[in-house]
Design a protein around this ligand. Structure first.
Ligand code: ZN
Ligand code: ZN
Length: 327
């Protein structure tokens, strides 16, 4: 176990630098933009790939595959899986399986990416270690029965490479480096912010049992996913911005697609759900109480561990602060 700021890491929870190499390489390659230059075509590719793939992640991977918050036909289901796959965040079944786990165990020790284990861990640490490489079949039995989805999850390199090659053919080296790789890096971190920042930044409207928050800032970059406290409170809703001023571009696109019959059964939060369980001044907030409790517990066990390993019995006997931690 390594111990960083009181946070315990098992060996399989540490960054695997070898398998994570492509992730860091892509970041570094974006710097080649200084040599390739940034053409107008590359800027267009960047914007189309950033916002287009963001929709496939939020409207496809998240609201469809992970939460089944609306219905669609099999052809569009495939498009959602392929489009989400282009974002280089592994396959739809892998993504949905892990995300369902996050909601089941939000901010408990079983949560795959709880910020309780540190900001870095919730942002990318949980993806770059060996622990979460596999996905649980039992978590996604509903979609696991489609062979095309299993194929795309098994060969998850196909969609991003398709997008990369297309970017090169359309925009040359600048299209590939700035347009494709640049937008991929930004897309990664904006998506990861929902796991890290959206449990730290913003306000809590509902007393959920986790630390999720609502943030307009995150909602802007993630097409509406920043209303994360709303989402944790009522996951069944396709719409995550519960009020008109909570802009939710993913929802607007899905709503438009429902008018032309491509998607159906879009769910809205019922009025009684919207007004229930709101946190009022002075009201007890279970999620935050649990978070502070866990943090205090971790800090205390860290002090104990240090006292045990570093202090000699003689020092313990003379140090009134440490004496209390003797067993
Ligand atoms: Zn979710
Ligand atoms: Zn969350």
């Amino acid at each position: 176990m390594s111990n960083l700021h009181g946070i315990e890491r098992a060996p399989e929870e540490r960054v695997n630098w070898k398998t994570s190499f492509p992730f860091f390489l892509v970041h570094a390659l974006v710097l080649l933009s200084f040599w390739t230059g940034v053409t107008k075509t590359a800027v267009v590719i960047f914007l189309v790939l950033f916002w287009g793939r963001m929709f496939f992640i939020t409207g496809g991977y998240h609201r469809y595959f992970a939460h089944r918050s609306y219905k669609t036909n099999r052809a569009f289901q495939f498009i959602l899986a392929f489009g989400g796959g282009m974002a280089a965040q592994k396959g739809a079944l892998w993504w949905a399986s892990h995300h369902r786990n996050h909601h089941r165990y939000s901010d408990t020790p079983l949560d795959l990416h709880s910020p309780q284990k540190g900001f870095w861990w919730s942002h990318v640490g949980w993806i770059l270690c060996d622990k979460n490489n596999a996905w649980n079949e039992d978590d996604v039995r509903d979609f696991g029965k489609y062979p095309e989805l299993r194929f795309l999850t098994k060969h998850d390199w196909i969609p991003p490479w398709t997008a990369g090659v297309a970017s090169y053919l359309i925009g040359g080296w600048s299209g590939l480096v700035f347009g494709f790789l640049g937008s991929t890096v930004l897309l990664w971190h904006c998506t990861f912010f929902v796991n890290s920042l959206a449990h730290v930044l913003g306000r809590r409207r509902y007393a959920t049992t986790d630390t999720s928050r609502n943030s307009a800032f995150i909602a802007f970059f993630t097409m509406g996913e920043g209303w994360h406290n709303n989402h944790h409170y009522y996951q069944a809703s396709t719409r995550q911005g519960f009020y008109w001023w909570e802009f939710d571009v993913t929802y607007y696109i899905l709503k438009t697609l429902s008018w032309v019959g491509i998607v159906r059964d879009i769910k809205e939060p019922p009025a009684r759900v919207k007004s229930a369980a709101r946190i009022r001044d002075g009201q007890f907030d279970m999620g935050m109480f649990k978070a502070h409790w866990a943090k205090a517990g971790a800090a205390l066990s860290n002090v104990r561990a240090n006292a045990r390993t570093q202090a000699t019995p003689a020092a313990l006997a003379h140090d009134p602060e440490l004496a209390g931690y003797r067993e």
